[in-house]
Design a protein around this ligand. Structure first.
Ligand SMILES: [Zn+2]
Length: 235
């Protein structure tokens, strides 16, 4: 959380701030209604008037839940984190907010199992079942068809190619399983030996490029993997 800084606050910002919060009963989550940033946290823009003696004419974008804590308690939480007991990033209900350090945050997350609970996270786009289906379909494809598959799924689900890749390789939704591990993308020692033998037997020929293509198809990897495997044989 290196991007947490002290809160620069112009005077009389409270009224404007709470206008953007949909207040409910004391127990409910009070949702931030304006823009949201990384991981769904509410973002609050503050402007200092030109006449401000300290920061004339400056503007800042602040985390809304931190501002909520600040306005409620009158104390800047910096350098502590402001943690949500409700696990709901855009919530600005002060009774759901507490300060803590990174360790406390990790402990809380562990308790609630948030780190491994993609589906219940408010900004999640995929159901766990969908993720499994995507991964199984992906791992069954030949290497040459994987890229097209990723592009198509990204377009169909209206998300980025990167998001799909993160899912497929287990960077996100790790708890669901079935993802393509690094080992699957590489070759076994036996396969490496075969490739090196073929390379050595054909090293003087100019047709090696064609052989690379054949080997790549045979072992269901990309051509670079073949080239890397035989790299030590070239000078
Ligand atoms: Zn809440």
């Amino acid at each position: 959380m290196k991007h947490i800084k002290p809160l620069p606050m112009p005077l009389n910002v409270a009224k404007l701030f709470w206008k953007h919060v949909k207040k409910g009963s004391p127990d409910e989550c009070w949702m931030w209604t304006k823009s949201k940033g990384r991981k769904g946290y509410g973002m609050f823009k503050v402007y200092f008037p030109v006449s401000d003696p300290v920061k004339p004419g400056k503007q800042f974008t602040l985390y809304a839940h931190r501002v909520a804590y600040f306005l409620h308690h009158g104390v800047d939480p910096y350098p502590d984190l402001v943690l949500h007991s409700c696990d709901n990033p855009p919530c600005c209900n002060p009774s759901h907010l507490s300060t803590g350090d990174n360790q406390k945050n990790m402990d809380q997350m562990k308790e609630r199992g948030r780190r491994s609970r993609g589906e219940t996270y408010p900004t999640a786009r995929f159901r766990d079942q969908e993720v499994v289906e995507l991964r199984i379909a992906f791992s069954a494809l030949a290497w040459g068809k994987k890229e097209a598959f990723v592009q198509l799924e990204a377009a169909r689900r209206n998300c980025t190619v990167r998001a799909i890749k993160h899912i497929l390789y287990g960077d996100t939704y790790k708890h669901v399983g079935h993802f393509q591990t690094i080992e699957h993308r590489y070759l076994t020692p036996d396969q490496r030996q075969i490739i090196c033998d073929v390379y050595t037997a054909n090293r003087d020929r100019k047709t090696f490029r064609g052989i690379v293509v054949c080997l790549a198809a045979k072992f269901n990897v990309d051509r670079n993997s073949i080239l890397k495997t035989t790299k030590h044989l070239r000078r």
